[in-house]
Design a protein around this ligand. Sequence first.
Ligand code: M6R
Length: 366
Amino acid sequence: EKGGYEHFMLKEIYEQPRAILDTYRGRLLADQGIVKMAGIDQHIEKFLNANRIIIVACGTSWHAGLVAEYIFEDMARIPVEVEYASEFRYRNPVITENDVLIAISQSGETADTLAAIKLAKEKGAFVFGVCNVVGSSIARETHAGAYTHAGPEIGVASTKAFTTQITVLTLIALKLAQEKGVFSESKYHEILTELESIPSKVERTLESNEIVEQISEIYKDSSNCLYLGRGYNFPVALEGALKLKEISYIHAEGYPAAEMKHGPIALIDEQMPVIVIATKKGHYEKVVSNIQEIKSRSGRIIAIVTEGDVQVRELADHVIEVPEATECLTPLLTTIPLQLLSYHIAVMRGCNVDQPRNLAKSVTVE
Ligand code: M6R
């Protein structure tokens, strides 16, 4: 049932080109320049008239929510707040009938996310679910929703659920952008076509597996690790750190690259691997100067770069290439080597990759 892979996690990492395609199949009609999503179409006014969108989730799904914040504000020009479901539900939050709440959950069973939904409904908000498990509690409790269609995710560490959540949320943002006329027809077409090419780019990114494995061998005994990214790739840094923590038990932190000088830079020495997402487009020059700061403090740099990059290659100890993509779609690519890195390190450390200690696939208690 692991399809020849040693672990479910690896199988699920490799399923991503297919899973992303399944997620946009029938929804993304790039040649016609349309995004079709029944759950959105039926409630389009709710979204278009929303004062703001509140996203609630936990863990990896919360990271997908953070990526969505950048995408929604950029494409749909609607203010977005992203909340940990557990904090939101206990905070006496201000919610009105003009708010749209999007709950993101792979399992559809996470207790805190479910409670946040109930609270928002009581206050009259429109609640939309992005779930993977069909017929799950969250799918049933929400007013409308869109499934990710990633297929069953067995590994406790979420991988394909994350990339397909981002895919669905991107489709929603594109749909709203079209309704609001945010982009020119040609720009809109361009993004749709690019999204359509993501599965093959993910496929190409997976070819970095061997390099990632070699890098893992070098850093597998580290006790700390820092992940940095900016803009759309800041949440990817958080997600990379979470993946490493949960399956390899190495302490890792994700930070927006520019925040480094406000504290974490004090941690950097030759023992500290720093994984930096430094793709072209998206504050590239600024990330390059962050890399220089790390280098001058003898930190070890593993950089995720765009194919053909030369500038970062000169500075970094290791580079992992991803294909070029429009900035808002880069998280779908940059996240792949980080999944592989945590996977290989965990395997090399003899950890139980699919069922890490103290963790459950769905957290149904608060
Ligand atoms: O099923 P959900 O998406 O609601 O689960 C949320 C988190 O529990 C989950 O993403 C968790 O953080 C994963 N183990 C991360 O890999």
